[in-house]
Ligand binder design. Structure first.
Ligand code: NAD
Length: 418
């Protein structure tokens, strides 16, 4: 990634930028810029060869004014305390942007999971779940998948929690497999909202996403589904990348075939349907209509932003553009649909999963997708209304204006205690 910008500073700058347009006191804004609490813990597990190894892990509970803390768990060597704090804050404002009754949280373990066996990862995940047990719960804090975690880890966490609590509580975690209480449409939800939001942005600009050329950075859960769904809308996906590099085809890649190649070989690189291999940076600076960053934070910094040629960016990843990069893109009239709206499909369908778990009732995929569509379109409309009313510089600031107001209202309506 291009920069070492601290994502927690980015979050705080984004809040400050929106606060100017809000009638919310500085003291309340100050409160909304810091997590309520952060757990930092060390997990020690036995490797398959009998050696012990220690791993640092975090869970940040940023704000619970609008409901239980909610947010994923990331396994990555680059996880830091500040990254987890930032990601937990973005969850607060994401849930508020789309109007679902949650606060924000996030967790992470500093690990490269590729270096560990499945049994080692299971021991580590269960150790983390045991450590988290007093903090989490269906009405307290509800984790979910993030980078390098998925249904498998969620199922382990659910089982550990339920065993220790001697109960059934599927709503303690979302992103589970269907037979373990998961929701239809959850795996696709992040990519789906990213392209619904992109479609709305093109429509707002008087254009049609079906005519767009698209580049996708990051070909994991969020990125590959976004590529598949935007191609189904008629757009042409010309480039895709992952941590090993990128591929380009002027006439379009078949996103499903690219995924098949990645499944077999571990990377998009070497895909036989591509004309050219390109770098990660090339993918971000291609002359396309729509760019979908779907990897990690800080992919587009100030320097790289000068070279971005896309007209619209829909952020599948959390925090892929630094505040300095944002300023350059705004000057260049590049429309950025911010992460806290674009990728909110993941947490929205997690919310549907939790509702189904509490109802002990399973929704059809059609119902899930219809309700998701309504929530994202309504949130996009609220964002553009605020953008126009306040003559704002970016969609991001508009989203924060909407979201911070909602969180501040919930805080103030609660009154003071004790
Ligand atoms: P994932 O682990 O499934 O995929 C991540 C992808 O990014 C992989 O293909 C990896 O190779 C690639 N990548 C890593 N470093 C890269 C680099 N330098 N250049 C290009 N590609 C790189 O993770 P995911 O769940 O798809 O998450 C991706 C992003 O979307 C993260 O920012 C995450 O927080 C965000 N997000 C995910 C969800 C979800 O439901 N999964 C929801 C909201 C937001």
């Amino acid at each position: 990634m291009g920069t070492d910008t601290n994502p927690f500073n980015s979050l705080q700058e984004q809040i400050d930028e929106a606060a100017v347009y809000l009638d919310v006191g500085d003291d309340v804004i100050e409160r909304l810029k810091h997590p309520e609490r952060v757990l930092e813990t060390n997990l020690t597990i036995e490797r398959d060869d009998g050696e012990l190894e220690r791993f640092k892990a975090f869970r940040s509970q940023f704000n619970g004014d609008r409901g239980p803390y909610k947010g994923g768990i990331r396994y990555h060597p680059g996880v830091t305390r500040d990254e987890v704090k930032a990601l937990s804050g973005w969850m607060v404002y994401k849930c508020a942007t789309v109007g679902i009754p949650y606060g924000g949280g996030k967790g992470g373990i500093v690990i490269d999971p590729d270096e560990y066996s499945e049994t080692e990862l299971e021991r580590l995940t269960r150790a983390f779940a045991t450590e988290l047990r007093p903090l989490i719960g269906e009405d307290r804090d509800i984790p979910a998948p993030d980078v390098n975690t998925g249904q498998r880890e969620m199922n382990w966490i659910k089982d550990t929690y339920e065993t220790l609590e001697n109960t059934t509580a599927p709503g303690v975690i979302t992103g589970k497999a269907i037979d373990s209480g998961g929701s239809e449409g959850r795996v696709e939800a992040t990519g789906r909202s990213t392209v619904i939001a992109a479609r709305e942005a093109f429509d707002y600009l008087g254009e049609d996403v079906s005519d767009a050329t698209v580049a996708v950075q990051g070909y994991g859960n969020a990125g590959w589904i976004a590529a598949k769904l935007v191609a189904e809308m008629g757009a042409t996906v010309v480039a895709a990348s992952d941590s090993s590099g990128g591929v380009y085809a002027e006439d379009g890649l078949d996103p499903v075939a690219v995924k098949g190649h990645k499944r077999e070989t571990g990377s998009v690189v070497g895909f036989e349907g591509a004309n050219e291999e390109i770098t990660n940076e090339d993918v971000l600076t291609l002359d396309v209509d729509l760019l979908i960053p779907a990897a990690l934070e800080n992919a587009i910094d100030e320097e790289l932003a000068h070279d971005v040629k896309a007209d619209v960016i829909s952020e599948a990843a959390n925090g892929p553009i630094t505040p300095d990069g944002d300023a350059v893109l705004a000057e260049k009239d590049v429309y950025v649909v911010p992460d806290i709206l674009a990728n909110a499909g993941g947490v929205t369908v997690s919310y549907f999963e939790w509702v189904q778990n509490r109802q002990r009732f399973h929704w059809s995929e059609e119902r899930v997708n219809d309700e998701l569509e309504t929530i994202i379109v309504d949130a996009f409309d609220a964002l553009t209304d605020t953008y126009e009313e306040n003559d704002l510089a970016s969609f991001r600031t508009a989203a924060y204006v909407v979201a911070i107001q909602r969180v501040a209202d919930a805080y103030e309506q609660a009154g003071s205690f004790p």
